[in-house]
Ligand binder design. Sequence first.
Ligand SMILES: [Zn+2]
Length: 177
Amino acid sequence: MAKAQVEVRRSWRRRRTVTAYREGDKIIVLLPARMSRAEEEHWVEEMLRKLQRSETRRRSPARSSDEILLARCAELNAKHFAGRASPSSVRWVPPMRTRWASCTPGDATIRVSERLREVPSWVLDYVLVHELAHLLVPGHGADFWKLVRAYPKTDRAMGFLEGLSAAAGLGIEVEGD
Ligand SMILES: [Zn+2]
């Protein structure tokens, strides 16, 4: 963030509001034309801090590493499965052609496609819940979905993934593993 080039644009139409956004590798800060130099300095600093905060928030912590992915599974396991679905490992893997994630109940391992690194955390949570449920129930029968639907955003997340698959022309079935 400190290295980013900042361009301040002043506008006569702008009265009070200050806005900042990224444009390529620059950060544009829009200010009302009447602001003093001191105010400008204050607001540029303030907006850079705000922008950085919101960009950090947007990055889901579960994206950063396998360890944090495993920790997230432990939380979801405790919350939705009373601790019964405990994976031995959870890893990011290169994009799979037909799946968002997969699991091997035999050794309790879960693999998550790197295609999901950028999805919102509630979508990633759904995928993890889906795979955790497979540690308890193989296949996609009624028992399985009853477990998965303990996660309240199941339908929304499935819709999101369906849209993502369609938009990218991936042909990944939501109901698949
Ligand atoms: Zn499945």
